[in-house]
Every structure is written in structure tokens, then in C-alpha cells.
Design a protein around this ligand. Structure first.
Ligand code: UDP
Length: 472
């Protein structure tokens, strides 16, 4: 606070509920420090309804966080040859840049100084503009430092080959990342011909120009990657920005109303239910849904399963820009499945309040697509995982979870990508009944304690956040 006036901290998330929620949760962490907190949001081309009601509820409960919406832009979506939704994200953000920069000029033209602009990592293009305006640009990286280390190494990997990563047979040995096949790099960078590949390449080269990076992780969780970053091993040809591990930043509860599945959980024994949920974008083919159902039935475990409609064949973005329709469970699941499992299982259509479910006493295991928010929510609830990565940086997260942190067991897929019913059954039994599963549970509980300690008084993440806030 300078001369009695509050300094402003601006937050700019990229589109998509996950990024918005994570950024707003981060903004809430700044409430104890006396800043004016402003979240600037682009008018999204998708998720509009959900975003609007979420923003309304935050604004109502936290009057000191203000939202500023940019005017809408129209997008030439159909002209993108890419099937990766990330290339849409990059295009969308690029089109919004002039509007964001206008908002920056408006806000900083008023009396109060802008102490920081906290950008989602997709919004890297505004680092340079903010710097020119004299506003210190920071990045909020919503995933962990293991994938951040991989992105920082990406320009080096790119220079050392002319092939697409998905065609490279050898393992990558990246500083900070457990050795893994090249095809485990984030999905949008596997194909050198894809527009998203170049977006991420530029992003990986531009992000180091920011003042510092707030990362949604904590010191005890990813020591290998954190060490590599701090030693500068991930960016060999320049300085590494200051890294602030300030997590876990998660939404404590996202139920927003009454849910039948939560009452159903109340009636189940403690730690007995496996929860299966695959992020905001995870879709399976009808064939894969049937395999999961047969595996669940064979495993004899109690379960709560979120089922979505398979991707429609004529949507080249695999349902990622529009809500898929309600699933027709009778057509999708094996005949009689719901009746036969009604005593011990429940299927929820399309969406369930995941954070509330994971922290329910009856939940003892989680089959996850390895989205970073899902991983942190499971850790904070002390729930061990089966790792079933689907898109984005999830294979990398899986390697970290299974090889490094040992908080999850992996599923193996067939050559054709299918995970069989037998594999599902085997992994569920391992998770819920085996000695290995018990070990996972104990480590997950210890990791939960470390996570909680990090964000309370005297903890490393709170100390990092305070240091960051005081540096502004
Ligand atoms: N989520 C939820 N219900 C669902 C699916 C997802 O509440 O049916 C929430 C989940 O709790 C998490 C977020 O959506 O907070 C998904 O974020 P994550 O990073 O795990 O994956 P993404 O959707 O970004 O791939």
C-alpha cells in the first residue's frame, strides 16, 4: 500500500472453467494482503453459462474481488486444421490481446498503481506488453513443476530433432522429469505439423521472460523437478525465472446445491467406494464405456462413476468446445448393468461435484484422467489413485504419480488404445484390496498432511505467497 492507496493485482485466466476456477482460487489467497484484486475475463466462446453463474457467486461472496469482462470477439474457429483444443485456446487469447491491453491501459490510467499482472500460461503473449507498460508480469502455472520442467526443455528437444515427438522411439531424459517415452509429452506437442505445437514452442520460449512463476504445487510434492528448475537445468541458455510453489490451490467444495450421489455416499461404508471421473473434457468411446462397466462389475467394488456421451464422429474437436449431450445409459452400458449393480454402485450422468465427493468419508479410491486439479483434490482428500491419462499433460502427470510420488497405479492399454475390462477389474482390486493399495493409501495420507502443512502458518507455500505479496 503506497500513500494510503491500495495497489492493484490483476489476474487474467485463459478460457475454460478449470483455468478460471484455479485463478480465482489463487486471487482469494491474496485477500489477507491489502490489494485491490481484479480478475479480467475474456468472453468465452464456450462454457459461457457456467462461467457466468460461477463469477456471480464469487462476486457475491467475495466483494473485494472484482471481475471485469472483455467485450466479446468472434472467432474463425472452422478455419483451424488442428484437432487440439489448445490451438483454439491460443487463437482465442491472441484475438483478445488488444482488448486485454486496452483494459490494462484503462485500469492503470486510473490513480492506483498496478503491482502485478498474473497471467495464465496460455496468455504468455502479454508478458512483453505488460513489461513495456511498466506492469510486472507474472505467470500462474496451473499444473505442477514436473510438466513445467518438461515445457522449459521443449525448445531444446525441438532443436535436437526434425521428427514429431510421437514418432520418436527413444526415451526422453529431461532434467526434473522421470525418464519416459517421447510420446508422453503433452498431447498438443506430439505432432510437429500441428498448429498447437508451435503455440507451445513459443510459449515455452516466452514464459521465461516473466518476473516469476506461481506454481500450483508445494515443496514436498515434486522435489526432483523443483530442484532441476532451481538449479537452472531446465533452461540451459538463459536465466530461470523465480519459481513460487504456492499450492495446493483447490476449490474446497464445488457442490453448488443438492446432489443425490452425495446422499448415496452417506449410506455406504467408510473408504469403500471407488470414484471414477475423467475431468471436464474426458470422453470415451461406447466400446470403452462397456469395458469399464464389465470391469467394475467383475471387481465387486462399490463405485460412483461419472459417464459422458461418447464424442460425436463429426465433431473434430471431440466435444471440447461444446457440452456433449446427456448420455443414454441404457444404450451405452451392458444390458442389465445398472440393475445388477444397484446395491453397490451409482452412475451419474455428465458431471458430479468431484471435490465434495473425494472428501466424503465413504470414498476410498479414485480412477482419474490425471488432470492436475483432480490430482491435488485427491491428495488433499487423502484418496489413492488409478492413473488413466487421456489428454494434455496427463501422461506426464501419470509418470510423476506412479514412478516418482507413488500415489497411483497405472492402467495399461492395448495396442489399439483400449483398456480392457480385465485390466480395469485388476487395477480396482489392487487399489482397494492389495498390500500395494494399502501402501498407496498411506503415502497419500502422508502427502495430504504435507499439503495441509504447506498452506498453514509456518508452511512453505504460505511463506512463498507472503514473500511474493511483499515483493510487489
Ligand atoms: N470436475 C468436477 N466434476 C466432473 C468433472 C470435473 O467437479 O464431473 C472438476 C474437478 O473437481 C476439477 C476440474 O473439474 O476441479 C477438472 O480439472 P482437472 O485439472 O483435473 O482436469 P481438466 O478438466 O482441466 O482436464
Amino acid at each position: 500500500e503506497k500513500s494510503g492507496k491500495k495497489c492493484i493485482v490483476l489476474f487474467y485466466p485463459s478460457p475454460g472453467m478449470g483455468h478460471l476456477v484455479s485463478m480465482v482460487e489463487l486471487a482469494k489467497r491474496f485477500l489477507p494482503y491489502s490489494f485491490d484484486l481484479i480478475v479480467v475475463i475474456a468472453e468465452p466462446p464456450y462454457n459461457t453459462g457456467a462461467t457466468a453463474s460461477y463469477v456471480r457467486s464469487v462476486a457475491a461472496t467475495h466483494p473485494s474481488i472484482t471481475f471485469r469482462r472483455l467485450p466479446p470477439v468472434s472467432l474463425p474457429f472452422d478455419s483451424s486444421p488442428s484437432t487440439n483444443h489448445e490451438s483454439f485456446t491460443f487463437r482465442f487469447i491472441h484475438l483478445n490481446n488488444p482488448l486485454l491491453h486496452q483494459a490494462l491501459r484503462d485500469i492503470s490510467g486510473r490513480n492506483n498503481p498496478v503491482s502485478a499482472l498474473v497471467l495464465d500460461f496460455f496468455c504468455y503473449e502479454s508478458i512483453e506488453y505488460a513489461t513495456q507498460m511498466g506492469i510486472p508480469p507474472y505467470i500462474y502455472y496451473t499444473s505442477g513443476v514436473t510438466s513445467l520442467a518438461a515445457f522449459f526443455n521443449f525448445p531444446t528437444i525441438h532443436r535436437n530433432t526434425t521428427a514429431s515427438l510421437r514418432d520418436i522411439e527413444t526415451e526422453l531424459d529431461i532434467p526434473g522429469v522421470p525418464p519416459m517415452p517421447a510420446s508422453y509429452m503433452p498431447t498438443p506437442v506430439l505432432d510437429r505439423e500441428d498448429e498447437a505445437y508451435w503455440g507451445f514452442l513459443r510459449m515455452s520460449m516466452e514464459i521465461p521472460k516473466c518476473r516469476g512463476i506461481l506454481v500450483n504445487t508445494f515443496e514436498g510434492l515434486e522435489p526432483r523437478a523443483l530442484r532441476a528448475l532451481l538449479e537452472g537445468a531446465c533452461i540451459p541458455d538463459g536465466p530461470t525465472p523465480r519459481i513460487y510453489p504456492i499450492g495446493p490451490v483447490i476449490a474446497a467444495d464445488n457442490r453448488g446445491g443438492e446432489w443425490e450421489c452425495l446422499s448415496w455416499l452417506d449410506s455406504q461404508p467408510g473408504k469403500s467406494v471407488v470414484f471414477l471421473c475423467f475431468g471436464s473434457l474426458g470422453l470415451f468411446s461406447a466400446e470403452q464405456l462397456k469395458e469399464i462397466a464389465i470391469g467394475l462389475e467383475g471387481s465387486e467394488q462399490r463405485f460412483l462413476w461419472v459417464v459422458r456421451s461418447p464424442p460425436s464422429p463429426d465433431d473434430k474437436t471431440a466435444g471440447r468446445l461444446s457440452e456433449p449431450p446427456e448420455p443414454d445409459l441404457d444404450a451405452l452400458l451392458p444390458k442389465g448393468f445398472l440393475e445388477r449393480t444397484s446395491e453397490r454402485g451409482m452412475v451419474v450422468k455428465s458431471w458430479a461435484p468431484q471435490a465434495a465427493i473425494l472428501s466424503h468419508d465413504s470414498v476410498g479410491g479414485f480412477v482419474t484422467h490425471c488432470g492436475w486439479n483432480s490430482i491435488l483434490e485427491a491428495i488433499c482428500a487423502g484418496v489413492p489413485m488409478v492413473a488413466w491419462p487421456l489428454y494434455a499433460e496427463q501422461k506426464l502427470n501419470k509418470v510423476f504419480l506412479t514412478k516418482e510420488a507413488k500415489l497411483a497405479i497405472p492402467v495399461s492399454e492395448e495396442e489399439n488404445g483400449l483398456v480392457t475390462a480385465a485390466e480395469v477389474e485388476k487395477r480396482l482390486r489392487e487399489l482397494m484390496e492389495s498390500e500395494e493399495g494399502k501402501g498407496l493409501r498411506e503415502r497419500t495420507l502422508a502427502t495430504r498432511d504435507a499439503a495441509m502443512a504447506a498452506i498453514t502458518v509456518g508452511g512453505s507455500s504460505l511463506a512463498q505467497l507472503t514473500e511474493f505479496a511483499e515483493s510487489l
